[in-house]
Design a protein around this ligand. Structure first.
Ligand code: PFF
Length: 446
C-alpha cells in the first residue's frame, strides 16, 4: 500500500481547508440567499449559527479524522471496531461526496464557459433577457455544459492526482491568496459604483423582523454547505493533519476566511445590483444571468466579468479537491489502488454522474426524480438531507459514543492547547448542536 500522505505546513492545512470551505457556496449561493432572505438580518443569523453550531461540528469532524488517521470508512471502523453500524456514516459520506461533486462540476463548468464568454466579449451590449436566452440555449444544447463539466473534472483530477502535498496543498496555497486578491480588486471597483451606499445599508443595517424560523433553518443549511461539514470532507482532511496542530485554531482560521470571503462576495456583487435598480432577490440567477448583464453596462465591466468568473472557478476547484479526496482516500486505502489509479476510477464515476446531471437540465429531459430534474434533486437532497443527517450522526458519535477523555485529549493535544474552550465545546456538541440539527432536519423536510 502507498505511504499515507500528510499536509506539510500549517499554512498548507489552512489553505486546503479554507479552499474546501470557500466555494460556489460563498460566491454564488451566499449572496443570493442574502438577497432572498432580507439582507443583513440573514447575515447576523448566519454568523451566530456558524459560530455556535457549524464550527463545533467542524471541530468534531476534523478531530475524528485525526484520531482515526484514515478515510471516512476506515476511521469509523477503527474508532468503533465492534459496531459496524457506524460505518454507515462513512458510506453516507462517500455517497454525499459523489452526489455533491457531480452537480458541483456542472456549476463549475458554467464558470469556465463564462470565463470564455467574458474574454471574447460575448456579453457586450446584452441585457438580462438576451443573456438569459443565450444561457437557456447553452443548457438546452446538452453537450456544452457536459463538456465544460468534464473539462473541470479533468483539471481537478490532474491536480489532485499529482498528490496531496504536490497537488492539493501546493495549488491551494497559490489559489486561495489569489482568490482573495481578485475579490478585493472587485470590491474596490464596486466601491466606485453609485449603488455602493445602498448595498452597504442592505448588507449592514439589520431588520430583525426578517428573522423567522425559516430564515434560521436556511442559514443553518447554508452554513453547513459553506463550511463543507457533515459528510467526511473535513474528516478526511483532518486525517492528514499533524498531531501538533491545534484543531481549534485551524478551524477558527477557516471560519474567518469563509465568512469574510462570503461577505466580500456580497460587496462585490450588490453594488452593481443596486446601481441598476435590480431587485436583489433574483435567486440563483443572480450570478450567472443578472451579473454579466450589469457588468456589460459599466466601464471596466469586461475585466470585472473575467476576474469574477476566474474567482468563481478558483473557489470551485479547491472545494472539488476536498470532495474528490473523500473518494480517493477510500479507494486507495480500502481498495488498495495507487493514487493515480484511484483518481482515474473516481473520475470515470464522476464524469458519468456529472453528465447525467447536466443533461437532466435540458428541456423535456427524462432524467427526473418526481417533479425535479436530477441536478436540482442532488442539490436539494445533499443540503437538506445528507449533510444535516451526516452532521448529526458525526456529532452523536463524537459526543455520546466516544469517551469524554478521548475527545478531550484530541482537542487539547493532551492538555497543551484549547483547554479552556473544551468545556464549552463539549457542552455545545453534546446538547445544543444535536437538538438544533434535529429541529433543522425536521423543518427542512416537512
Ligand atoms: N463548501 C463548498 C462551498 O461553499 O461551495 C461546498 C462543499 C465542498 C460542500 C465540500 C461540501 C463539501 F464536502
Amino acid at each position: 500500500m502507498e505511504k499515507r500522505g500528510s499536509f506539510a505546513s500549517r499554512f498548507g492545512v489552512i489553505a486546503a481547508m479554507a479552499g474546501s470551505a470557500v466555494g460556489v457556496g460563498n460566491i454564488w449561493k451566499f449572496p443570493y440567499m442574502v438577497g432572498d432572505n432580507g439582507g443583513s438580518a440573514f447575515i447576523i443569523t448566519y454568523l451566530l449559527i456558524s459560530l455556535l453550531i457549524t464550527a463545533p461540528v467542524l471541530i468534531a469532524e476534523m478531530s475524528l479524522g485525526r484520531m482515526g488517521g484514515q478515510n471516512v470508512l476506515g476511521t469509523f471502523r477503527t474508532l468503533a471496531p465492534k459496531q459496524k453500524a457506524w460505518q454507515g456514516v462513512g458510506w453516507l459520506g462517500l455517497i454525499t461526496a459523489f452526489v455533491i461533486l457531480s452537480f458541483y462540476s456542472v456549476i463549475a463548468g458554467w464558470s469556465l464557459a463564462f470565463i470564455k464568454d467574458s474574454v471574447i466579449g460575448s456579453f457586450a451590449g446584452k441585457d438580462v433577457a438576451q443573456i438569459t436566452a443565450d444561457f437557456n440555449g447553452f443548457i438546452a444544447s446538452g453537450w456544452q455544459p457536459v463538456a465544460w463539466a468534464i473539462f473541470f473534472l479533468v483539471l481537478t483530477c490532474l491536480i489532485a492526482g499529482s498528490g496531496l502535498q504536490k497537488g492539493i496543498e501546493r495549488s491551494s496555497k497559490l489559489l486561495m491568496p489569489l482568490l482573495a486578491v481578485l475579490l478585493i480588486v472587485l470590491v474596490v471597483r464596486s466601491f466606485f459604483l453609485s449603488g455602493f451606499g445602498e448595498s452597504v445599508n442592505f448588507l449592514v443595517k439589520p431588520d430583525f423582523s426578517k428573522i423567522t424560523p425559516n430564515v434560521m433553518v436556511a442559514a443553518l443549511g447554508q452554513s453547513f454547505f459553506s463550511l463543507s461539514v457533515g459528510m467526511g470532507t473535513m474528516l478526511t482532511y483532518g486525517s492528514y493533519v499533524s498531531k501538533k496542530e491545534s484543531i481549534v485554531d485551524v478551524v477558527t482560521n477557516v471560519l474567518i476566511a469563509d465568512v469574510i470571503i462570503a461577505l466580500l462576495a456580497g460587496f462585490a456583487i450588490f453594488p452593481a445590483v443596486f446601481t441598476f435598480d435590480i431587485n436583489p432577490t433574483s435567486g440563483p440567477d443572480l450570478v450567472f444571468l443578472t451579473l454579466p448583464s450589469l457588468f456589460a453596462q459599466i466601464s471596466g465591466g469586461q475585466i470585472m466579468s473575467i476576474l469574477f468568473f476566474v474567482l468563481l472557478f478558483f473557489a470551485a476547484i479547491t472545494s472539488a479537491f476536498s470532495l474528490l479526496e473523500v473518494v480517493v482516500a477510500y479507494v486507495t486505502e480500502e481498495l488498495k489502488l495507487k493514487r493515480r489509479a484511484a483518481v482515474l476510477v473516481s473520475f470515470v464515476g464522476l464524469a458519468i454522474l456529472a453528465t447525467l446531471c447536466a443533461m437532466s437540465q435540458m428541456p423535456e429531459s427524462a432524467l427526473r426524480l418526481g417533479s425535479r430534474n436530477l441536478f436540482d434533486t442532488f442539490d436539494l437532497v445533499s443540503s437538506n438531507v445528507m449533510l444535516p443527517l451526516g452532521g448529526l450522526l458525526i456529532v452523536l458519535f463524537w459526543a455520546w459514543k466516544l469517551p469524554k477523555k478521548r475527545v478531550e485529549e484530541e482537542i487539547t493535544n493532551n492538555g497543551t492547547c484549547s483547554t479552556k474552550i473544551f468545556g464549552v465545546l463539549y457542552f455545545l456538541l453534546r446538547y445544543i448542536v444535536p437538538v438544533a440539527l434535529v429541529i433543522m432536519f425536521i423543518s427542512l423536510n416537512s
